[in-house]
Structures are given as C-alpha cells and as structure tokens.
Design a protein around this ligand. Structure first.
Ligand code: NDP
Length: 253
C-alpha cells in the first residue's frame, strides 16, 4: 500500500522558511519526499538554510522575496514554478507579532501585522490557487495560531490575535469555495513554540505560557512540522476547512 504521507513528486512552497517554524516545515516536507522552495526576505539566511540542509543531504531552493509586496509575490510564484515545475503544496507560514497594549498600538504596527499575516497570505494563496486550478488541484496549509482562539497573557497583542482569527476563518472560507476545484485549505494553530519570534524563555512568561499549558512546556518547531506534512498530504485527502490545534492542550482547558 502506498504511504499516504509520502510527498514524492510534489512541490511545496513555504513562505518564511529560513528560520523557526518555517524552517522545520521545509525540512519535514523535504524528508517526506517533496521538492521544496522557501521564500523569505533575508538572502543570507536563505543561503545559510540551504547550506545547512545540504549538509544533511536535503536539497531546497530559496527565493528572496518580501511577500508584503504584490510584485514580489508574483515573482515568487513565477520563479517557484520555473524552478520546480509546479506548486502542489503552499504553506503560508511567514508571520509577525507585535506586543503592545491596545491603546498604544500605532497605525503602523496594526498595518504591519495585518499586511503580512492576512493580506500577504491572501494574495499569495490567490496567486498560487490560480496555478493549482491549472494543474488540477493542490493543498494549502495556513499557519494560524491558538491566538486566533484565545487571548494570550500577560502581554497584549490585539492585532496579532485578530489577524490569526482572520487566518482561521479565511481558511474555512477558501476551503468551502475551492473544494470543487480539488484544492484543500487547512490551518495549523500552534501554541507556544520556541523560535526567534517567541521569547518563551523569559521568566515573566513562565507562569502563563508554560504553567497554563497542560503539557507544562512549550514545543519545538519539529513537533509542529508533522501536522503540516499530514495536512499537505493524501493522508488528509478528506480534510478541508479544518484548523488543527497543536498547543499542548492549551485551548482544551
Ligand atoms: P519567526 O519570526 O521566527 O520567522 C518568521 C519567518 O517569516 C522568517 O523566516 C522571516 O524571514 C519570514 N518573513 C517575515 N516577514 C516576511 C516577509 N515580509 N516576506 C517574506 N518572509 C517574511 O516566526 P515563527 O517561526 O515563530 O513563526 C512562524 C509562523 O508561526 C508565524 O505565522 C507565526 O505567527 C506562527 N506561530 C508562531 C508561534 C510561536 O510560538 N513561535 C505560535 C503560533 C503561531 P525573513 O526575515 O528573512 O523575511
């Protein structure tokens, strides 16, 4: 029987794949057999990740792109198709979080969060979606967050929380609309994960971030990656419009 998690012959585009969660997603997708392209702004970090993977026998391509720029999205999609022939899997991972209480959030901060977390994801998904229609289908995995369900403490991050709730509902909206096109759209909603974005080791966060998590710890990016592989693969062939929580039980409390 064919392994339904096997991604051999598929091509995956991972936005923001040069550190943190995106890097783990790129590695796991490649290990599952996919041909992987990462896209992020920092060319040096892109190259470093390619080198690190190559040392482990994993080949990925990298495209330098700022996905808050519409022209860069177009170029990223064109270059990915040129490099890898097709895009079967899109992982919308690039995201940003700004901590600030509601009365202090500036227009710029609100726009920065929404432009990347929602608008860039929307534009990228539409551009790749058009291509997926042409090749007969595909699988989109959006990286949401448990912050789309709960309100994190003790720090305040209203724009981020609202942006991730938007990602979750956009996931459902596109899943229903595009199901007849053979495009599945799902999301993963991680809890606290140790990455460059997330200051999980700072003592002031232990009480809320670690002790409030039923598993009493944060995750490593490698623990979230298999959920992305699962949703991207044929193992999830009858799953669309779902938001899969990977949060150590946080949202179950
Ligand atoms: P990081 O900040 O560590 O990584 C963000 C990635 O996105 C980097 O590769 C960065 O590369 C890229 N990126 C940022 N801005 C842009 C842009 N404009 N265009 C293209 N790429 C960009 O974040 P995490 O790995 O922690 O988070 C990844 C995703 O997971 C995000 O969507 C986040 O909201 C979500 N998440 C994270 C959690 C956590 O605890 N860490 C919990 C729940 C969800 P570069 O700077 O080179 O562009």
């Amino acid at each position: 029987m064919k392994n339904p998690f096997d991604l051999t012959g598929r091509t995956a585009l991972v936005t923001g794949g040069n550190q943190g969660l995106g890097k783990a997603f790129a590695r796991s997708l490649a290990e599952a057999g996919a041909s992987v392209v990462i896209a992020a702004r920092n060319a040096e970090r892109n190259r470093a990740v390619m080198g690190e993977f190559a040392a482990d026998g994993i080949t990925v391509n990298a495209i330098t792109a700022d996905i808050t720029d519409a022209a860069d999205i177009e170029r990223m999609v064109t270059e990915t198709i040129e490099a890898a022939d097709r895009i079967d899997i899109l992982v919308n991972n690039a995201g940003t979080c700004i901590h600030n209480p509601a009365f202090d959030v500036t227009e710029q901060e609100w726009d920065d969060v929404f432009n990347l977390n929602v608008k860039a994801l929307w534009r990228t998904t539409r551009a790749v979606g058009e291509h997926m229609v042409k090749i007969g289908g595909g699988s989109v995995v959006n990286i949401g967050s448990m912050s789309g369900f709960i309100v994190n403490r003790p720090q305040w991050q209203p724009a981020y929380n609202a942006s991730k709730a938007a990602v979750h509902h956009l996931t459902k909206s596109l899943a229903v609309e595009w199901a007849p096109l053979n495009i599945r759209v799902n999301a993963v909603a991680p809890g606290y994960v140790k990455t460059e974005m997330s200051p999980v080791d700072q003592p002031e966060f232990q009480r809320y971030w670690v002790e409030d998590t039923p598993q009493q710890r944060v995750a490593l990016p490698e623990e979230i990656a298999p959920s992305v592989v699962f949703l991207a693969s044929d193992a999830a062939s009858f799953i669309t419009g779902t938001v899969l929580s990977a949060d150590g039980g946080y949202t179950a409390v």
